[in-house]
Write a protein that binds this ligand. Structure first.
Ligand code: NAD
Length: 510
């Protein structure tokens, strides 16, 4: 059977068909990567300041068209306009501002101090771009999860081929337009619409690095493809964030944060609160406050001024239902919600589940829906133990009145990012690195790490011409006793004796 040539996009709000999109074929992917390779010398040889100036145009375009783009992203995903503006669009100008200041410092060649036993040498660390970077992105934050890696790759001089998700192709078109308007040189950044077959073709094409955001299952395939060449690969995968409520937490603030952190974007977020661990002392009070907050959350389409929209990806509803069924069959209770909303579109009720334990799917697997599973724990130590006994380690938060203790607990949670008395927000902070451990992925972006992950590091050592020869060059004859003395002197920390023997060795090299 022939592979389909196109796919259709339907509105997650009304279910109506919005458009058909061409599935970029393997041959077309290879051509695009070829164009990116041709564009690489010209782009990478531009001074960094010139590249930054050209990319600053992206910031202006996002600024000028914020309202239109927010509407288009909301139509594509179903998310509220507030979310499109604040969690998708705003991060781009903020990251460009930050990288304009940081890139010249971070990417410039710099001197590093040598050990004293290496006199007459100067050492530098420098960086150079990798070449063509393939970026593959998901549907839940289709704009920022594409734009930030693309910009982070372009700044140091790479060219980029982006494959956005087939679930949100409308946002792919927004990005294509932005890059066209920015008038970047031909082939520097290309957007290829398509499904998994297009992503797989990009992984096999002649690229020099893969940056992937998506599910663990696909991440494994991407890494396997990268291993064949081999090329560097970065994986930003799933999560199952903990929300640890300590005995002395500000419970009102924690309850509000918990409702928002679990339900924003209808819970379709890698850093969604998905495991709420509450210590026994404050369990009843916290659950009461949380229920009040969740009952206030409104559900509706982008033009209804609601708090949360529909599920962007219809198939996701099955996962939510399956996790709820499994939890109930193993003794969990639905405190609020639990069903699809009785209206057109893919809407699901905000749902609180209590009496959850660590054997249930809703605890062990990523749910990616508007669900708040609550676990009663004895104390903070048990909460940390449970937090770490898990396949994911992306993000999390600790809620504590004693901030010092909160910081200590946060340091013990095995995750790429942990907040104390805050939730979600650290991900939007451009200065902080982002990425996971365990099944949540490999590598970091954002922060200065976000630039360094798209360059190769180069070590340069230069001899200053003080000596005509080196102590360890040939001939070796008669050198061993002095070498042995130098070795022991070095390891004993006797630098003068070590240097004396090295000078003797140097004379013997003549
Ligand atoms: P997905 O893995 O189904 O798809 C992601 C992308 O990979 C899409 O563009 C898809 O077309 C492409 N793809 C599919 N098959 C491919 C293949 N064989 N080779 C190459 N590319 C292929 O994931 P999704 O459903 O779009 O996204 C949801 C997942 O992403 C969740 O698990 C979520 O936690 C994760 N996520 C992680 C982060 C993070 O930063 N860690 C952020 C957002 C989402």
């Amino acid at each position: 059977m022939n592979a389909p040539a196109s796919f259709e996009k339907r509105s997650p709000v009304t279910g109506e068909k919005l458009a058909d999109y061409h599935i970029t074929t393997k041959a077309e992917v290879d051509e695009a990567v070829g164009r990116a390779r041709d564009a690489f010398p010209g782009w990478s040889e531009l001074p960094l300041e010139t590249r930054l100036k050209k990319l600053a145009r992206v910031r202006e375009i996002v600024k000028e068209n914020g309202e239109e783009y927010a509407e288009r992203i909301s139509d594509d995903t179903g998310k509220p306009l507030v979310d499109s503006l604040m969690t998708e669009l705003l991060s781009i100008p903020l990251f460009i501002d930050y990288y304009e200041k940081q890139a010249p410092k971070v990417l410039s060649r710099h001197k590093v101090r040598n050990p004293l036993v290496l006199p007459g040498k100067t050492s530098y660390v420098g960086y150079f771009p990798m070449g063509v970077v393939g970026v593959i992105s998901p549907w839940n934050f289709p704009f920022q999860l594409s734009m930030i890696p693309v910009l982070s790759a372009l700044i140091p001089g790479n060219t980029v081929v982006l494959k956005p998700s087939e679930v949100t192709p409308g946002t792919g078109e927004v990005m294509r337009e932005i890059f066209e308007k920015a008038n970047l040189p031909e082939g520097v950044v290309q957007v290829l619409q398509g499904d998994g077959s297009t992503g797989a073709a990009l992984c096999k094409a002649d690229v020099d690095k893969l940056f992937f955001t998506g599910s663990v299952a696909t991440g494994r395939k991407v890494m396997a493809a990268a291993a064949v060449k081999p090329i560097p690969v970065e994986l930003e995968l799933g999560g199952k964030d903990v929300f640890i409520v300590c005995h002395d937490a500000d419970l009102r603030r924690a309850a509000k944060a918990c409702a928002w952190g679990a339900l924003i974007n209808c819970g379709q977020m890698c850093i969604s609160v998905e495991r709420i661990l509450v210590v026994d002392d404050v369990y009843d009070e916290f659950v009461g406050l949380l229920e009040k907050e969740v009952r206030r959350v409104t559900v509706g389409g982008p033009d209804e001024d609601a708090d949360i929209g529909p599920m962007t990806f219809r198939k996701q509803i099955d996962t939510v239902k399956n996790h709820l069924e499994d939890a109930i069959s193993h003794g969990a209770k639905i405190l609020f919600g639990g069903d699809q909303v009785d209206r057109e579109g893919d809407f699901f009720e905000p749902t609180i589940v209590t009496d959850v334990d660590d054997t249930m799917d809703i605890y062990r697997e990523e749910t990616f829906g508007p669900v708040l599973p609550i676990v009663r724990v004895r104390d903070e130590d048990e909460a940390v133990r449970m937090a770490n006994d898990h396949q994911y380690g992306l993000s999390g938060s600790v809620w504590a009145g004693d901030r010092k203790r909160g910081l200590e607990l946060a340091s013990r949670v095995e995750a790429g990012q942990v907040m104390v008395n805050d939730v979600v927000l650290a991900t939007g902070n451009p200065v902080l690195p982002f990425g996971g451990v365990k099944n949540s992925g490999i590598g970091r972006y954002h922060g200065t790490e976000g630039l360094l992950s798209f360059v190769h590091t180069k070590a340069i050592m230069m001899d200053r011409g003080w000596f005509k020869n080196e102590p360890f060059w040939f001939p070796y004859e008669g050198k061993y006793p002095h070498m042995l003395e130098a070795y022991h002197a070095l390891l004993d920390g006797n630098l003068p004796k070590a240097l004396l023997n090295i000078m003797k060795l140097r004379r013997m090299t003549d």
